[in-house]
Write a protein that binds this ligand. Structure first.
Ligand code: OGA
Ligand code: NI
Length: 338
């Protein structure tokens, strides 16, 4: 049993105790307003060098930017979010079909963090996830219901991957890296469904975290995503047909700290459910993640030690999925602060 919120939460008029977030992490009554400062970069405007410059400035300052006029078809974006919503509107048994442990080698459905029962508190979301690239390899494990799922999500992830590679190329170029440093392979899609919540001030859909991979491409239809910047949470405006792009921890490490990874979380709302499509660009799993040699010098020593993703995940899970503690673990402390 996956206990999917999507199938039982609609009749509630108060938040079950299990979902009350400890006070210090609670969003509180004042859900952060959207910030107009977060850069929205038009990928069709100006020359490549000026777009790269905007991406680099945003990645240094916010660890996050949005992109508009990015080339992914508007119709595919709408169809993709709709088919995601349709998935989470299916009867519980249909969704649960995909929840069993690995019957389809990689396609999973779960509620909250996936550790329901052992977490300190429950997260207000359900997730469907599966790998996407190469499509020919994975399409057979995609859900076959709702009927349009494979026909929509297949082409959607192909287009999103093209966009991701375009952005990664520009980031690598902005860092002054040569092609042998270019590093992008897998694409993992998570479709999150955040049902309407009886008490958004006490619940969270996703706790504050940094993603582990290179970059993430998020499609959100309604507000919920927040960034932690300068000691406070700020809201990301869900611009029409835009994608939100957090820089993730592996990219921070590769750039030797030149780019910062975004600490972000998701708050809920009481009016309607929110569906997001979150595309994670990962390094190949056997790749050593380390500061690129050309960005390291005696005056700029490595800020992180090298690791494989397997070790990262062991440290993360050994620390209750706390990505802040995990990031500290891989930081090399400067002589002065030792
Ligand atoms: C994530 C995430 C954001 C969202 O899945 O890591 O940050 O808007 N999701 O669902
Ligand atoms: Ni994230």
């Amino acid at each position: 049993m996956a206990n999917l919120l999507s199938s039982w939460s609609s009749d509630l008029d108060s938040l079950p105790e299990k979902y009350i977030v400890p006070e210090e992490k609670r969003p509180g009554a004042l859900l952060a307003p959207v910030s107009k400062d977060i850069p929205a970069i038009d990928l069709s405007e100006g020359d490549r060098a000026s777009i790269i410059q905007k991406i680099m400035i945003a990645s240094q300052e916010f660890g996050f930017f949005q992109v508009i006029n990015h080339g992914v078809s508007e119709k595919l974006m709408i169809d993709a979010v709709n088919v995601g919503k349709e998935f989470f509107s299916m009867p519980a048994e249909e969704m649960e079909n995909f929840a069993a442990k690995d019957p389809r080698k990689g396609c999973k459905v779960y509620t909250g963090s996936g550790n329901y029962g052992s977490d300190d508190f429950g997260l207000w979301r359900d997730t469907l996830q599966h790998p996407c690239h190469p499509l020919e390899k994975w399409t057979n494990i995609f859900p076959d219901k709702p009927a349009g799922y494979r026909g929509t999500i297949g082409p959607y992830t192909v287009e999103v991957r093209k966009l991701g590679i375009r952005i990664l190329d520009m980031i690598y170029e902005g860092l002054g890296l040569t092609e042998e440093n270019y590093d992008y392979h897998d694409l993992l899609l998570m479709i999150h469904n955040y049902p309407a919540c009886p008490d958004p001030s006490s619940a969270l859909g996703v706790s504050g975290h940094r993603d582990a991979n290179l970059i993430t491409i998020i499609q959100q239809d309604i507000y919920g995503l927040q960034l932690f910047k300068d000691g406070q949470w700020i809201g990301v405006e869900p611009l029409p047909n835009a994608f939100g792009i957090p820089i993730s921890f592996s990219m921070e490490v590769i750039s030797n700290g030149k780019l910062r990874s975004a600490v972000h979380r998701v708050v809920t709302n009481s009016a309607c459910f929110r569906t997001s499509l979150v595309n994670f660009f990962n390094s190949p799993s056997d790749r050593l993640i380390e500061p690129v040699k050309s960005l390291v010098s005696p005056s700029n020593p490595p800020a992180f030690r090298a690791f494989h993703m397997k070790e990262y995940l062991e440290v993360l899970f050994g620390n209750n999925s706390d990505s802040e503690v995990t990031a500290e673990y891989f930081k090399i402390k400067s002589q002065a602060s030792k």
